[in-house]
Design a protein around this ligand. Structure first.
Ligand code: ADP
Ligand code: MG
Length: 245
């Protein structure tokens, strides 16, 4: 693996009975890279994402994170080695405040002292602009705020690899831009993979994009290249879509 390659997936296949959700996907990510995975519903994005996080063990192929294969690793073991994951399933404790949710996540690093935990929570609240909401119950927040707190929970243990599945899902246009800004800032301290089909978000991020279709990688390149790619447009719009030129 090249010295600054921190994620290397090779020939990943994931089958569920007769369904092949991921059909031979390979990908390399450099340290501090921010990569968007796009593709229509059912393309295999979330399944590939779960293979990266260790939530699923690929049927074939290999995933190497920071020089170590994930084969035979449990998902919590991978998480403990600095991989932070936000799935499409909400994870906040609704009855607890924003501060408590972040505090619980921040103290999952055993080596941190009590004051280090509090300092890291304060820094996160600052960075994410959560000040006005710290003492609100997570369950009382609007959807857009919750998504930012969810991001905070992922970041609290200071992961080197951050995996986000549709962080902009259900956000307003302004919130999408804010989320894109926050995610872009993460590259200062982590490598980031984002699954997202909100094109405003992908354009706002404007980094390397990998387009999935039927479990395979259809195109890879800059956001501009991939979003202009005829095959990608066909897959999104449908070949017989009236507006397609
Ligand atoms: N646990 C599962 N069992 C059976 N089929 C699945 C499972 N997870 C995903 N699939 C199927 O795999 C394909 C890819 O799904 P998914 O990875 O969720 O796509 P995407 O995230 O791109 O929308 C779909 O056909 C989906 O129905
Ligand atoms: Mg998905």
């Amino acid at each position: 693996m090249a010295p600054d390659t921190v994620v290397e997936a090779t020939g990943v296949v994931m089958r569920f009975g007769g369904v092949t959700a991921v059909d031979g996907a390979s990908m390399k990510l450099r340290r501090s890279e921010l990569r968007c995975l796009i593709g229509p519903n059912g393309a295999g994005k979330s399944t590939f994402f779960k293979c990266l996080s260790g939530q699923l063990a690929p049927t074939e192929g290999e995933i190497v994170l920071n020089g170590e294969s994930t084969a035979g690793r449990m998902v919590h073991e991978i998480a403990r080695h600095g991989v932070g994951v936000k799935t499409q399933v909400p994870s906040l404790m609704n009855g607890l405040s924003v501060h408590e949710n972040l505090w619980l996540a921040a103290r999952s690093i055993p080596s941190r002292t009590r004051s280090e935990v509090l300092t890291s929570v304060d820094a996160l609240i600052d960075q994410l602009g959560l000040g006005p909401h710290v003492w609100s119950a997570a369950g009382s927040l609007a959807h857009g705020q919750r998504q930012i707190v969810e991001l905070g929970v992922v970041l609290a243990p200071d992961p080197w690899l951050v995996l986000l599945d549709e962080p902009a899902g259900g956000l307003t246009r302004d919130e999408v831009e804010r989320m894109a800004e926050l995610v872009t800032e993460l590259t200062a301290r982590a490598t980031v993979v984002v699954v997202e089909h909100d094109m405003n978000f992908v354009r706002a991020i404007a980094q390397t994009v990998t387009a999935f279709h039927r479990g395979r990688i259809l195109a890879e390149g800059t956001a501009g290249e991939v979003l202009a790619d005829e095959r990608v447009r066909d897959v999104y719009l449908g070949k017989h879509h009236g507006e397609h030129k």
